[in-house]
Design a protein around this ligand. Structure first.
Ligand code: DAT
Length: 198
């Protein structure tokens, strides 16, 4: 029958992934602002489902809770200790509340049982190049990321690690794209909670 599946959490956990520069932080900040308004009761009715969600900036967790073996100066990034990172995220992501929005430039480290939706952001090569140039990435890192985007590395990783119906690819080239993507994620959260009988 079609009775809703009993779920271990009240709110969906969402991974926002994509090559660096595709817009993960920007999308999460927009979502976080809407979550804050929903939690404060000042958001429009349509955002009510967001009230119990929370954005977990994985970069901050890596840095602040020492989930790394140091800083790679040449490559300008942390040498991430994924086991430690998962240990730090586990209490929130496996909680009954759930509702974690997690942004990270990889996705298959997260156990499938923790994840309800994987959003893979993508950007045109030109947009991405301009964005990464602004960050003054070292040339090798710049090229590696552009190549990864062209080769659809994150999309493949998401499809290999998760069921097809929970992976969604969203283009992030313009501010209009971003607005539409955020609206779509909010609508998806609302539907997910309805499906769980919330
Ligand atoms: P990420 O967190 O994936 O590394 P970001 O959110 O920091 O990416 O975005 C990188 C830059 O690109 C930042 O200056 C904002 C801009 N940007 C991101 N998404 C965009 C979009 N859909 N339209 C226009 N600019 C965007």
């Amino acid at each position: 029958d079609d009775a809703p599946v009993a779920h271990p959490r009240r709110n969906p956990n969402i991974i926002i992934t994509g090559t660096p520069g595709t817009g993960k932080t920007t999308h999460c900040e927009a979502l976080a602002a809407r979550i804050e308004a929903a939690a404060a009761g000042t958001a429009p009715e349509g955002d009510a489902a967001l009230a119990e969600l929370r954005h977990i900036a994985v970069n901050d967790v890596v840095r602040d809770r020492n989930c790394h073996d140091g800083w790679d100066a040449e490559y300008q990034s942390w040498l991430v200790d994924e086991d430690k990172l998962l240990d730090e995220l586990e209490p929130d992501m496996t909680s009954e509340r759930g509702g974690c929005i997690v942004d990270w430039h990889a996705c298959d480290l997260f156990p499938a049982s923790w994840v309800d939706l994987v959003v893979v952001l993508t950007a045109d090569t030109e947009s991405l190049y301009d964005r990464l140039a602004l960050r003054k990435y070292p040339e090798a890192k710049m090229q590696e990321n552009i190549d990864a985007e062209i080769m659809q590395v994150l999309l493949t990783e998401a499809h290999e690690a998760y069921e097809p119906e929970i992976v969604v690819e969203l283009a992030s080239n313009t501010p209009d794209d971003m607005e539409a993507n955020v609206d779509r994620i909010v609508a998806w959260v609302t539907q997910w909670r309805k499906d769980q009988g919330a």
